[in-house]
Design a protein around this ligand. Structure first.
Ligand code: ADP
Length: 238
């Protein structure tokens, strides 16, 4: 289980995440939804231990993210991944695997499977500088799961992908869930969240507006309609 307790973060004396608390069940997919600038990336970075919160705690399987051991069981795909451009995709993934501290590395055959599933098998030996945006997204996704983590955090994973790429990604995410992985992904593409998520959490101006399942939130309306109305009501209180 992921447990977030009273998380707060400020930049330049401006609070960008405020008192965030929620839980994510093990083996489920949670969609973290919010408008641009609402605090999604800041929250994810705190959840994976890259950014230190001003206050609050994060636990994976009951262990604090501030402990080194906890980082072994998570994988993270950043919103704006950067690479060593002169490496090929294959070299980059091998490098990530070598750096992995989980000790649960993929075998060569499994690596090929990952390349095939993410649609990069033919580009495996091409330098990353020649990759398109979509190919970079796929490679970033692969590095997030290369060490077989239990908890997978994806920051806008479907952004910039064409419909075929999105379909393949979503299929892969569902397969990871079937393997028992817990997936936390941020998105502003509500259609994808609707298709993938067991639950959603909505953040607005750093505060949690809703956490729960989609039917309870939508009450018969579309997710987009309900999302827009909820955020607008929060931003313009009567
Ligand atoms: P989202 O991912 O929902 O688009 P972010 O978490 O990236 O939102 O940003 C939330 C707010 O925090 C924004 O106003 C952004 O400008 C600000 N912010 C994020 N990172 C920094 C930083 N390193 N320094 C100053 N402000 C930041």
């Amino acid at each position: 289980m992921i447990k977030v307790e009273n998380l707060t973060k400020s930049y330049n004396e401006r609070i960008v995440v405020r008192g965030l608390s929620f839980e994510v069940k093990k083996g489920s997919i949670l969609g973290f939804l919010g408008a641009n600038g609402s605090g999604k990336t800041t929250t994810i970075k705190m959840m994976v231990g890259i950014t230190t919160p001003d206050s609050g705690k994060i636990f994976l399987d009951g262990k604090s993210i501030s402990e080194w051991e906890t980082k072994k069981i998570l994988g993270f795909m950043p919103e704006l991944p950067s690479f060593y451009e002169y490496l090929t995709g294959g070299e980059f993934l091998s490098f990530c695997e070598d750096l992995s501290i989980s000790g649960d590395s993929r075998k060569k055959k499994e690596l090929e499977e990952i390349f095939t599933k993410i649609g990069l098998l033919e580009a495996r030996d091409i330098p990353i500088r020649e990759y398109s945006k979509g190919m970079r997204q796929r490679l970033a996704f692969a590095q997030a799961i290369i060490h077989n983590p239990e908890y997978i955090f994806l920051d806008e994973p479907l952004d910039g992908l064409d419909p075929l790429g999105r379909k393949a990604f979503k299929q892969f995410i569902k397969e990871l869930k079937n393997e028992g992985k817990t997936i936390f992904f941020s998105s502003h593409i509500l259609f994808d969240a609707e298709e993938l998520c067991d639950e959603i959490a909505i953040i607005n101006k750093g505060e949690l507006l809703y956490k729960g399942n989609i039917p309870d939130f939508c009450k018969g309306r579309t997710l987009e309609r309900q999302f827009v109305d909820t955020v607008e009501a929060a931003n313009n209180p009567q």
